[in-house]
Design a protein around this ligand. Sequence first.
Ligand code: SF4
Ligand code: SF4
Length: 220
Amino acid sequence: MLRNVTLEEISDGKLYRSNDTVKADCQDCKGCSECCRGMDDTVVLDPLDVHRISVHLQKKPEELLASCFELGFVDGILLPHMSMKGDDESCVFLNSEGRCSIHSCRPGYCRMFPLGRYFKDETFYYILQIHECPLKGRTKIKIKKWLDTPDLKEYEEFVLSWHSFLRDIHILLSESENETLFDQMNRYIVGRFYVQPYDPGQNFYEQFKERLKEGRGLLE
Ligand code: SF4
Ligand code: SF4
């Protein structure tokens, strides 16, 4: 998501890698669930998030898109995000105890929080957002431990390739006035990368790479 802010405005100004240590550990959040409420359309989901939640809940991506996720435009591209519901606009997966009911397969955005990603020169860094989590006394933790994500190297490659793909589509669509292309591309992304299930018995990343190759071919 493109944001018109400086690093210094939103973070401690430093760029981190997954082997670095950072004051992000909220120690089980101590009863707080603030970042699971009122997030509007910002908990944007990537194809792995939808695949993981779909397998965990044994629900087709299509069913999830009709119930737990919503579609919205991010930099002109239609992408799913977590639905926020009720008077306090809480995430549909926040339970009555204020805990995440899908903790083991929570999206990448939630795994990182209060960290964020900063994309620069065909790579990305982690940043520590300073206005997002109100908990005082967060302790230091190695980023790779905080992310709690298996096969982190592959995951980070996936994050980068997905981001680059979306960036290139954004450039294409913003330079074109062809509304048909806009509709077709958005339908293709949602249908091919999110709605069409990935085989849970096969490696997700390999399947994603195949689809990405196809998508890149269409971009050409
Ligand atoms: S705002 Fe911070 S302490 Fe509160 S739930 Fe989110 S990460 Fe945990
Ligand atoms: S998926 Fe879980 S951690 Fe993420 S916003 Fe929803 S309840 Fe919070």
